[in-house]
Design a protein around this ligand. Structure first.
Ligand SMILES: Cc1cc2nc3c(=O)[nH]c(=O)nc-3n(C[C@H](O)[C@H](O)[C@H](O)COP(=O)(O)O)c2cc1C
Length: 191
């Protein structure tokens, strides 16, 4: 799949078919996360693949989101903030969250490329899930990803903002963008 197609095709799916994904595809998608930019080139994440039905049901329960229990796999993305705050004491906490997002987006796009679907789940009882999966205290649970094949269309994809409202040239509030009549996937003329 072309990168631009994957970016535009990715969408949150909360209904899965009964078909079990190939776990090797999930591992490949996690591998893609390892190519994300990281401050100081330090990879600070770990991932747990949960395929035990009992644990998946518990995760659904502690996230208060029953659709999770339909998934055959749940990936838990975890950050070790200390890896980033040690070399970057001032900005490390901020960097840690930012680079987790970058790694996760790689993971999501790679899943899309494999024809797999998921939904980023941030709402959870972190302490209960930490205890359930024996995740050490010094790791941050970034999000959960129930994975399967889509059994719904998902929301129609469109950009989440109007490009004319979020982009300025040179100076905040500059209206040059408003003068560009039509924007497509190419850069505006002259850029
Ligand atoms: C940080 C974060 C937390 C989220 N947490 C949840 C969640 O707990 N449950 C859920 O159903 N969706 C969750 N989502 C998914 C968003 O609802 C979803 O991305 C949004 O509705 C846009 O839809 P799309 O992913 O199809 O573009 C979360 C997304 C992000 C980025």
């Amino acid at each position: 799949m072309e990168l631009n197609d994957a970016i535009k095709d990715r969408k949150s799916i909360r209904k899965f078919s009964g078909k079990k994904p190939d776990w090797r595809d999930i591992i490949e998608a996690i591998h893609s996360a390892q190519y994300a930019p990281m401050a100081g080139g330090l990879f600070h994440m770990k991932f747990l693949i949960v395929d035990d039905e009992r644990l998946i049901n518990e995760i659904a329960n502690w996230s208060e989101q029953s659709f999770i229990s339909e998934a055959k796999y749940v990936v838990v993305a975890v950050s070790d903030e200390g890896i980033v705050t040690t070399p970057f004491p001032k900005n490390g906490a901020h960097f840690s969250t930012q680079q987790a997002g970058a790694a996760i987006e790689n993971f999501l796009l790679s899943l899309t490329d494999f024809g797999l679907s998921t939904c980023w789940v941030g709402h959870m009882n972190e302490e209960k899930i930490r205890k359930l999966l024996k995740i050490p205290e010094d790791y941050t649970i970034e999000a959960l990803f129930p994975i399967g094949y889509a059994n719904e269309k998902g929301k129609m994809k469109k950009p989440k903002a109007d490009i004319y409202n979020i982009l300025y040239f040179n100076e905040w509030g500059n209206d040059r963008m408003r003068k560009i009549e039509k924007i497509d996937s190419r850069a505006p003329e002259g850029y």
